[in-house]
Ligand binder design. Sequence first.
Ligand code: 6R9
Length: 671
Amino acid sequence: MTDTNPTSDSASGPSLENLLHETRSFPPSEEFAAQANAKADLYERASAGSEEFWAEQARELVTWKTPFTETLDWSGAPVARWFGDGTLNAAYNAVDRHVEAGHGDRVAIHFEGEPGDTRTVTYADLQEEVSRAANALTSLGVTTGDRVVIYLPMLVESVVAMLACARIGAPHSVVFGGFSADALRSRIADAEATLVVTADGGYRRGAPSALKPAVDEALAPKEGAPETSVQKVLVVRRTEQDVDWVEGRDVWWHEALQAADPVHEPVAVEAEHPLFILYTSGTTGKPKGILHTTGGYITQCAYTHKNVFDLKPETDVYWCTADVGWVTGHSYVVYGPLVNGATQVLYEGTPDTPHRGRWWELIQKYKVSILYTAPTAIRTCMKWGDDIPGEFDLSSLRVLGSVGEPINPEAWMWYRRVIGGDRTPIVDTWWQTETGAIMISPLPGVTAAKPGSAQVPLPGIAATVVDDEAQPVPDGGGGYLVLSEPWPSMLRGIWGDLERYKDTYWSRFEGLYFAGDGAKKDEDGDIWLLGRVDDVMNVSGHRLSTTEIESALVSHEIVAEAAVVGAADDTTGQAVVAFVILRGDHANRAATPEGAADVQKELRDHVGKEIGPIAKPKKILVVPELPKTRSGKIMRRLLRDVAEDRAVGDATTLADSSVMDLITAGLATPS
Ligand code: 6R9
């Protein structure tokens, strides 16, 4: 029951067939391949010796203050040192050098606020603003090595604050703007931050939503909690809501920047100087502060951003919809695109404000050519219907990316057909907060894409699937995803807890990084991600992947979204329980008990047909929404509570905490 080994015989049995027999294949068009940054020879160049390959990338894509002479020092494994004797500054690389190269007038950021206000920020503007902010931080007492917590909505200031920290060598720790005061307090305490950057509020779903009260609460004395390390709070004015003010502690961002010198000399730091700490939830309650350093991290961000998205900085308009509170926002809103000198869109709000076509309208308006988003967003748009994107001109798009969870083949096909006009390559990119940058992904001008599979490790990356004994599985086999060689943007540890770092990632298999994801290799050797190992269910001794049953459900025409959990079951160990959102009018069908029973039967039979009778959900619950984190991951833990008839656990990290009420209220009526 608790055995989550996805490698036993049953895993390779009929249950995975529908995923692994994907026969659709989308090779790049000749025109695309001919103009692509990455050609097939990149794989050969990388395998010729990955250390030299990475050194080459680091020299080509990054400007060093002191060039490095040593590439990798792995003698302190599992803590790597990359480019250890080099010095550089990440903000200089992201901003100043583009201005020095004559690109000061290039737009860095097209900002679009949710209410429709806009701001165009060139690289020269960004240089001035980041310099002022760096001087302001310094005058507020922040020095190299001090930690700064950033708790902001998606604003230009969020990017500026991160780069200002990088400019003075003060590691930032961005806490997602929707996290609670308690979550903020524990992260501030763990990082021992001395300054917090926040805002009065931000716009969300058409209304101002306050932010500063959470900071006030997080910093207020609390019984049993240590006294806060925070000396100053810098407050961006966005919504002009009334805020409480602590004299001597709180400072307006605009006043501090106005008073600051617009010129600032970036601090050259060692390649291994901490750039940021980003907290992710672990299996225990205490969040893990994932530590990233400077040289290797920006090298791999720039390398992947250039090759996976085929970025042409002079002509592309890039848009990654992730929030900066998530690692995707760090690597693919801030460091990757800016180090590469890209022009990008930054959007503050939600995709359905004021209407469900907002994203597509933005793509039309800014002629976005590269879009990077998450499967959950794609499935949501799919649910809203084809005619909404159909109203807009999306012909500027030329590359589409996906990240965050496995993308079901049907959602992949929809993304390509409806958003990509049946024309654009799709890159399904696998990586983690811990890996810092993309690790497994097709190359858009090289790889024939296969819907639903992240496919191949990038040139320079060593990823494979192993069994319980750490042996690589043959094609067709399943097991655990591991990384077998160090990579430049790998985490350098968990902040303040080296043992936990070793335990979590390096103790499962000797000498291999254990990612925590189940994976399969198909007959072509392509990698399929099957979700977290703890999302693998065991029903009557049969190994079933949540992802796979979800894909089967979503492939039925009446289903828009599905989430599957394994609920404890006296007889079968675990039982499959599915939560589904029906498409459009079909939702009405489930409104009566008879209708709901019909829908259930139809879907159970469908899963039985697609995967096999063993995978048929024991229960199928029709719901209006699914509980998701801000980064778009379904919180199966909460659904498991519902499935097992327990009180619903802590829902504070949900993007919308009212969703659980909606779900449980709907289920209270007999169906
Ligand atoms: C970047 C990011 C990491 C976990 C990872 C895996 C899942 C991410 C995926 C994917 C299948 C993909 N994941 N990308 N699964 N296909 N293309 O999401 O980082 O928030 O740390 O999550 O997300 O389970 O282990 P993070």
